[in-house]
Design a protein around this ligand. Structure first.
Ligand code: NAP
Length: 251
């Protein structure tokens, strides 16, 4: 029986690489994308590489779109084994300072990075419960870790922006709460920190590749039964560790 995965924002960047790496493992990957043309182009590329890939239109800010995506996957498979909530955006007001932050910017970022995750997860939860042992991966960031950004000796100390970092902090809490709700089921819910990867999100300034970032999501999406739940998992460089090694990070 093939494993079924949905990755949101899978038409490019870390989401696409997550779909590609899961596809290489024989997983049937549903490419969630808000734009049909970009989503179908990604599916063509994945299929050309030998993956079993399907397109599903999914704008995470639109609850109806999440429900329709769930209905499509339900109709095709009746269950969902892996949900990777990967879609995310960065926005900031001009001076990147808390005092210059507008509610409009905050709201725009939270719509995708926080509310979108809750909308998609809740739409998919009945399908995830029907799987043997589903995995939910919320793609977060080390900049959402309060412990990391408030460490004066850490690399994230200079960061001052509110919208994106606080959205990932909220996402970490969302992750912890779903993990608690589902702790008596085989479902595991974790947050992934891909590390700073060169993608459109940051004008390709990241020092890691999108594929390196995707490996953390794949790791959490394929955890064994004795794996962790309710953790932020990622590269350890933010806490002074080996840049290539990863493990549990502080919230
Ligand atoms: P990216 O290349 O900009 O890709 C973002 C993806 O999210 C795109 O597919 C985009 O679709 C999609 N998306 C945005 N808004 C959406 C919406 N309303 N509905 C559905 N899809 C939507 O960025 P990335 O670097 O791969 O980011 C992927 C995830 O990793 C994000 O959650 C990000 O916060 C996280 N992350 C990235 C880094 C990094 O250094 N790159 C570090 C830490 C965490 P469109 O093409 O239609 O815009």
């Amino acid at each position: 029986m093939t494993t079924i995965a949905l990755i949101t924002g899978a038409n490019k960047g870390i989401g696409y690489e997550t779909a590609r790496l899961l596809g290489e493992r024989g997983v049937t990957v549903w490419v969630g994308a808000r734009d049909e043309e970009r989503g179908r182009a990604a599916v063509r590329a994945l299929r050309a590489g030998g993956a079993r890939a399907e397109f599903v239109r999914l704008d995470v800010t639109d609850e109806a779109s999440a429900r329709q995506a769930a209905a499509r996957i339900d109709g095709a498979h009746g269950r969902l084994d892996i949900l990777v909530n990967n879609a995310g955006i960065v926005r900031a007001d001009p001076d990147w300072l808390p005092g210059g932050t507008t509610v409009a910017t905050l709201r725009e970022v939270y719509e995708v990075n926080v509310f979108g995750v809750v909308a998609v997860t809740n739409a998919m939860l009945p399908l995830l419960r029907r799987a043997e042992a589903a995995r939910i991966v919320n793609v977060s960031s080390e900049v959402g870790s309060i412990a990391s950004v408030t460490d004066p000796d850490g690399p994230l100390w200079p960061l001052t922006s509110v919208p994106y970092p606080s959205s990932k902090t909220a996402l970490n809490m969302v992750t912890a709460m779903y993990a608690k709700e589902l702790r008596d089921t085989p479902i595991k819910v974790n947050a992934a920190n891909p590390g700073y990867c060169a993608t459109d999100l940051n004008g390709h300034r990241g020092h890691r590749t999108a594929e390196q970032g995707a490996r953390v999501s794949v790791h959490l999406a394929t955890l064994p039964a004795d794996g962790p739940t309710g953790a932020l998992w990622g590269h350890l460089w933010t806490v002074g560790g080996d840049p290539e090694a990863y493990g549990v990070l502080p919230w």
